[in-house]
Design a protein around this ligand. Structure first.
Ligand code: ZN
Length: 100
């Protein structure tokens, strides 16, 4: 008999174990739990974002959630065309005495 601590809700270790096994079996499979965790993370991030926006707006800031429209244009900026550069250096045999 324990003098301290909360009283047990199970009559014995076997019953406690049986209830534990039942809870484990009722739990969704790992892939489902991972998906649920991802969905929760997305939802949580949105809630935090909305909270942050509300705080900024309360402080008098105008908050725009669109990306800077210049950014995609700049990233699509035409890059100089690539071309093959021939190796015009002398071959290794003829450079054998070269310190480099
Ligand atoms: Zn029992």
């Amino acid at each position: 008999m324990r003098a301290t601590g909360r009283s047990s809700i199970y009559c014995c270790a076997a019953c406690r174990q049986r209830e534990y096994r039942k809870r484990v079996a009722a739990r969704p499979a790992v892939p489902v739990r991972l998906l649920m965790a991802d969905l929760f993370a997305i939802s949580d991030r949105e809630v935090r974002k909305r909270g942050a926006i509300a705080v900024l707006q309360d402080l008098g800031y105008a908050v725009y959630l669109e990306r800077d429209p210049r950014q995609p244009h700049e990233s699509r900026r035409r890059r100089p065309p690539l071309k093959i550069v021939r190796d015009t250096r002398p071959s290794k045999e003829t450079r054998a005495d070269d310190p480099d």
